[in-house]
Each structure stands twice: as structure tokens, then as C-alpha cells.
Design a protein around this ligand. Structure first.
Ligand code: ATP
Ligand code: MG
Ligand code: FE
Length: 350
């Protein structure tokens, strides 16, 4: 079944066409328009500007994706849009257009949970992970370990009590004077850093449990940065060294908690998703660690780790084939718990 996916929860307008099922062709086309430049001068996402830009970009992107896939509107069998969590105004743009197009084209509309989208993104790749698995969701707004038994059957094993991993990357990048959004830039800088110069803590790893806390790491980065500035050292090298120490601390912490989660769940598979799962060092070290334990690791290509329409189309497809869809009324859910989702057979999760 061919499903159009629409993502507008934050500062990326994502559109994709996904053809699912055993005879499906998979991902037919996808396009992402990032608003990064629009928000850069403010150092963060400005919600009102985000909504307006989604309005400008969404229809042209839908036309572009249909064109690329060589499909006409009449060949679309369902429309999935992100209904939450996210910025309410931004969500409403995708929800309103998605719902209206579905009505006009006479096809079902599917309200998709953004984090379920991230969580299922590895299923867009070949080989796709089989259920059950443990999921590490590491994005700009979430850091969660999830026990995934099936689609819709999600149990949160642990999560961040303060900053999300991506948020910590962005804030630390800002401290080091890198332009918004700093996560990827900080990761690039870290490659030039000396890993032995500083050692930052691995928060909350000295006690049992699967929760995370990343907000303290930026203070370590700030203190180190102030000190090298006061001592007028080689600032470029020092900045790279601090970036490296920060990245090592985040990666180590994620590794330790994933190891615990996989052991506790007796899992044979681990998936990673969300923007931070694009991080090269995280991927390499997770592969290495899990390989040694006979646990298979799955993650999407980098472009599908950050926000995109493909993951929304896939999640919507799975719900559509199970017979779920939205009524004619629609809404946005800026706050929405992953565990509140229903399973495909209609039972409430866990
Ligand atoms: P959420 O999905 O929780 O609502 P979001 O949609 O803003 O948040 P994503 O688009 O999944 O988050 O990911 C963006 C985050 O990923 C940003 O914080 C960004 O800095 C981070 N990120 C992207 N690439 C990398 C990388 N290579 N290394 C570290 N962090 C990265
Ligand atoms: Mg974004
Ligand atoms: Fe996201």
C-alpha cells in the first residue's frame, strides 16, 4: 500500500512516499526541507516562524515527492502525518493539510506519534530488524530506552531526567561557540580532539537503573572552556579536546545503559534511532560492544535518523494495514506518551 508521510513537528518539513507490504517497493521518494538557516540567527527554533515556513514548503514538497516517485494523487492509498509530540503550531500545519488531502482524495488519514516514527525508522533499511528488540531513542527532545515487543507494544525502560542527548550536544556546542544546531558540528570537531586530555563524568552509571542525566556535562564543558580561555592556550585545539571529552562521555554513558538494558531484557537485537544515532563514534562503538555480546545492532541511514517523512509514512502504513485510521476531525498532541499508543490489534499497549 502506498502511503504519503508528512512530518512537521519541529523545524524540518519532511515528505515521503512509502510502498509497504510484502509486494511493496519500499521507500519510493523522500524529501526534507530543513529550516536550520531560518532559525540560526536566533540560536534556536522560533515556533511561530517554524509554522509559517511549514505552510510555505509543505505543498511544493508533496508535489516534488509525487513527481520523483512518478505517481499521481489517485495512486496514494493513505496519508500519515505527525500528530505529536512537538510544537503545536507546526504540528497543526501537517495535520490540517494531511487530513484535508485525505478527505479530498478519499483515502484514510493516520495520526502518527513522532517517536514511534523514529523508533520504526530502522525498518526502512535492509536488513530490517525483527521484533522484539530494545530501542535506544536519542534525539533533540528525547533519550529513551524502550522495550519493543511489537508495533505499539512499548515499555519505557529508562529515560533522561533532564536534557536529552541531542539537546546536550546542541547546548555544549553553543558553549564552545559553534553555530546552531551544533550537534553535528561538535561531532566533527571532536574528531580532531585528544581523548586523553580531559575526562568528563559518565552520569548516573555508578548506580543501578536505566535513566540518564546529561545536563551536568555542559557545565564540565563550560568550566574547561573558561579555563583554557583564561590561560590563553591554543584555543582551537582545546575546543576540539573538550568536544571530544564531551562526546566520549555521552557515548560511554549510552553504551553502559544499553548494555544493561539488553541484559535485563535478554534481547538479541538493539536498534538506535533519532538524530544522535547518526553520530559516527556512537555507531562504531555500539557495533563493537554489541557484536562482542552477540547482539545485532540496527540503525537507519543518517538522513533517516533526523526528522523525515519516510519514518512517518512507514509508521502510518503499519497502522493502516491493521485497519486503524483517524476520524474526520483532527488535532495535534504536543504532549503524547509513547506508552499510550495502541497495538495493531487494537489492544492498549501493555
Ligand atoms: P524529538 O525527535 O525528540 O522531538 P528532534 O526531532 O528535534 O527531537 P531529531 O531531529 O531526531 O530531534 O535529532 C536532532 C538532534 O540530533 C539535534 O539535537 C542534533 O544536534 C542531533 N544530532 C544530529 N546529528 C548528530 C551527530 N552526528 N552527533 C550528535 N548529535 C547529532
Ligand atoms: Mg530538527
Ligand atoms: Fe525527531
Amino acid at each position: 500500500m502506498r502511503v504519503l508521510g508528512i512530518e512537521t513537528s519541529c523545524d524540518e518539513t519532511g515528505v515521503a512516499l512509502y510502498d509497504g507490504g510484502p509486494d511493496g517497493a519500499g521507500l519510493l521518494a523522500h524529501a526534507v526541507y530543513s529550516q536550520v538557516e531560518l532559525h540560526a540567527e536566533y540560536g534556536g527554533v522560533v515556533p511561530e516562524l517554524a509554522s509559517r515556513d511549514h505552510i510555505r514548503k509543505l505543498l511544493p514538497l508533496i508535489e516534488q515527492v509525487l513527481d520523483e516517485a512518478g505517481l499521481s494523487a489517485a495512486e496514494i492509498e493513505g496519508i500519515a502525518y505527525t500528530a505529536g509530540p512537538g510544537l503545536v503550531g507546526a504540528l497543526l500545519v501537517g495535520a490540517a493539510l494531511g487530513r484535508s488531502l485525505a478527505w479530498a482524495w478519499g483515502v484514510p488519514a493516520l495520526a502518527v506519534h513522532h517517536m514511534e516514527g523514529h523508533l520504526l525508522a530502522p525498518l526502512l533499511e535492509d536488513p530490517a530488524p525483527a521484533f522484539p528488540f530494545v530501542a535506544l531513542l536519542v534525539s533533540g527532545g528525547h533519550t529513551q530506552l524502550v522495550d519493543v515487543q511489537a508495533i505499539g507494544r512499548y515499555r519505557i525502560l529508562g529515560e533522561s531526567v533532564d536534557d536529552a542527548a541531542g539537546e546536550a550536544f546542541d547546548k555544549t556546542a553553543k558553549i564552545l561557540g559553534l553555530p546552531y544546531p551544533g550537534g553535528p558540528a561538535l561531532a566533527r570537531l571532536a574528531e580532531q580532539g585528544d581523548p586523553t586530555r580531559y575526562r568528563f563524568p559518565r552520569p548516573m552509571t555508578d548506580r543501578p537503573g536505566l535513566d540518564f542525566s546529561f545536563s551536568g556535562l555542559k557545565t564540565f564543558a563550560l568550566n574547561a572552556w573558561r579555563q583554557v580561555q583564561a590561560e590563553r592556550e591554543d584555543l582551537e585545539q582545546a575546543r576540539a579536546d573538550i568536544a571530544r571529552a564531551f562526546e566520549e562521555a555521552v557515548v560511554d554513558t549510552l553504551l553502559i545503559k544499553c548494555r544493561r538494558a539488553v541484559e535485563a531484557a535478554g534481547a538479541e537485537r538493539l536498534i538506535m534511532a533519532g538524530g544522535v544515532s547518526a553520530n559516527r563514534r556512537l555507531r562504531a562503538r555500539m557495533d563493537e560492544q554489541m557484536d562482542a555480546r552477540g547482539v545485532a545492532v540496527f540503525y537507519p541511514r543518517a538522513a533517516l535518523c533526523t526528522d523525515n517523512g519516510a519514518m512517518i509514512a512507514l509508521a502510518g502504513h503499519e497502522r493502516l494495514v491493521a485497519g486503524q485510521h483517524e476520524a474526520l476531525s483532527f488535532g495535534a498532541r504536543p504532549r503524547w506518551a509513547l506508552e499510550a499508543l495502541s497495538t495493531l490489534d487494537g489492544d492498549p499497549a501493555s
